[in-house]
Ligand binder design. Structure first.
Ligand code: CTP
Length: 489
């Protein structure tokens, strides 16, 4: 990713940038981004002299006139998104320490309380005075500060936060934590914390690519430390470029939001049943009828619904994949067991039937292994139909408000899906082409990682492009949330 070094711009441009940034209460980097966006969108018109375009730029990029698309974009600060969150920011010693000041501002404008710890080296680059003024809190610098009225002790410092952020994370700080050193306040806090830690490394590209740093990074990642950046770009040292620039404050904010799982939970309080995987229909104690379903799509949907806050009950046939996180999973084997489990879970707000239920089962299941008997030939299996679980729930007196089915077809995809919609009492059918010539590669949809689906409802057919099963799940969960929004129970 390319980046701009403000200090390398012409003085005239730098001046303009500084004025507009101050007027709009933005950092110079953010003002530059907003201006570039305006230029890309062709909103500046023909470029003239700088004093001529200043007026246009002022109007276009003003954060005080949200009528313009650019201003709207730049003012998309999710104000309050971090409200109530406490961030402990450890500032390491490096030129990027100046960006920590902007980071504090960004975090506070989103409602976070920021408490800062500075290493001795960090204080060579920014002062405790500016960090303290921006964080509106005491800045902690000393491990043994017995006379300090603010001394709250490194254990409390590290535990009272929801998240510890190290920005810039120097090679030294990374090395200390990777090797368990605790010889100053920053490293002691890092080793004493039981909270998630996010590091935003910043260093010279040679230091970043050094085997020692690589080793430390791998160790830290294995220990569960999250990383954001560094990015590629110009270094503060002249003629130095490469990987090592600290991520921009807004990128760090986005990583913090993701780590703290600050996502809307539109499905909170909703109970959703999901079926997934194949069913196994026994012939005798060692043989069964099955199909190629891996459970990947159903499990991904259960996980995506849970991420949106739903109380998800997953009824899974026999699969070789792990139970999804944040979901209550019930394991069943046969179609009849799946049906019983689903019916016991009613009532629910929604039900999503992803399982590839075996349509038929052997009428009898032998109690003992069926033996080959010389001269008798193969046994004849008498097949009977399994209950249709989706149709049963679609017409149930405790029918959920939203019922979603799947349709795996090898021909007449939309026609068959529409027929299933009506017959099974579903609100929509997610139809996928499981034929060999579906264009989904040799692995196909069943067992593969990708899927191309159409959403068939009374309203029509919505064709989604090919994407991963996780993406299909995320998009389907959003669609379900959208539909349930209009349904009150
Ligand atoms: N389904 C179900 N119980 C069954 C069969 C299917 O709940 N006994 C559900 C599946 O989970 C899926 C939908 O019904 O959501 C359609 O499954 P599919 O196998 O495509 O349809 P079938 O009804 O089995 O029809 P056919 O095999 O003839 O296409």
């Amino acid at each position: 990713m390319a980046s701009i070094t403000i200090r390398n711009l012409d003085d005239e441009v730098k001046d303009l940038l500084r004025r507009l940034a101050a007027e709009n209460d933005r950092s110079m980097e953010e003002q530059a981004r907003v201006m570039i966006r305006a230029a890309v969108e062709g909103q500046l018109g023909p470029v003239g002299r700088i004093d001529q375009i200043e007026k246009t730029l002022r109007e276009l990029t003003s954060s005080h006139s949200p009528a313009t698309p650019i201003a709207a974009m730049s003012s998309q600060i999710s104000r309050g998104s971090l409200s109530g969150k406490r961030i402990l920011l450890i500032i390491g010693g490096g030129i990027a320490a100046y960006k920590a000041l902007d980071l504090i501002r960004r975090l506070r404008e989103r409602g976070a309380a920021v408490r800062a710890v500075m290493t001795a080296a960090a204080q060579e680059f920014v002062t405790t005075l500016s960090v303290g003024a921006l964080s509106a809190d005491h800045v902690f610098v000393d491990l043994f500060d017995r006379n300090d009225e603010h001394d709250v002790g490194h254990i409390r410092l590290s535990r009272e936060a929801d998240l510890v952020v190290v920005a810039p994370a120097t090679a030294d700080l990374m090395a200390k934590l990777a090797n368990g050193h605790a010889n100053d306040l920053a490293s002691t806090v890092l080793i004493a914390t039981d909270k998630p830690v996010l590091m935003a490394p910043a260093m010279n590209p040679k230091m970043w690519s050094h085997p020692a740093t690589r080793r430390n990074r791998a160790t830290l990642q294995k220990d569960g430390i999250a990383f954001i950046g560094p990015a590629k770009g110009e270094m503060a040292e002249s003629n130095e470029a490469g990987e090592g620039r600290m991520a921009e404050p807004l990128e760090i904010v986005a990583a913090i939001e993701a780590l703290l799982d600050i996502r809307p939970k539109p499905l909170a309080g909703r109970r959703i049943i999901v079926t997934s995987g194949p069913t196994h229909e026994p012939i005798d104690p060692v043989r069964y009828i099955a199909n190629r379903s891996s459970g990947k799509q159903g499990h991904a949907i259960a996980a995506a619904l849970a991420r949106l806050g739903a109380d998800v009950r997953l009824v899974s046939g026999p699969v070789g994949i792990a139970d999804p996180a944040g979901v209550t999973t019930l394991h069943v084997e046969t179609a009849n067991e799946m049906k019983d489990a689903v019916e016991q879970l009613l009532p629910a707000d929604a039900a999503v039937f992803v399982a590839a239920v075996a349509d038929w089962r052997s009428e009898t299941s032998a109690g003992e292994k069926i033996k080959k008997v010389a001269g008798e030939g193969p046994p004849a299996l008498q097949m009977i139909e399994n209950p249709d679980i989706l149709a049963g729930v679609g017409h149930h007196k405790k029918r959920p408000s939203l019922v979603v089915g799947f349709a795996a077809e090898t021909q007449d995809l939309v026609k068959n899906a529409k027929a299933k919609l009506a017959k099974k009492g579903a609100d929509f059918i997610v139809a996928n082409d499981v034929s060999h010539d579906s264009g989904m590669g040799s692995s196909g949809v069943m067992g593969g990682d990708r899927n191309r689906v159409r959403i068939v409802s009374k309203a029509g057919v919505d064709e989604w492009p090919e994407m991963s099963k996780d993406e299909v799940a995320t998009r389907l969960a959003a669609l379900i949330a959208e539909r349930l929004k209009t349904i009150t129970v």
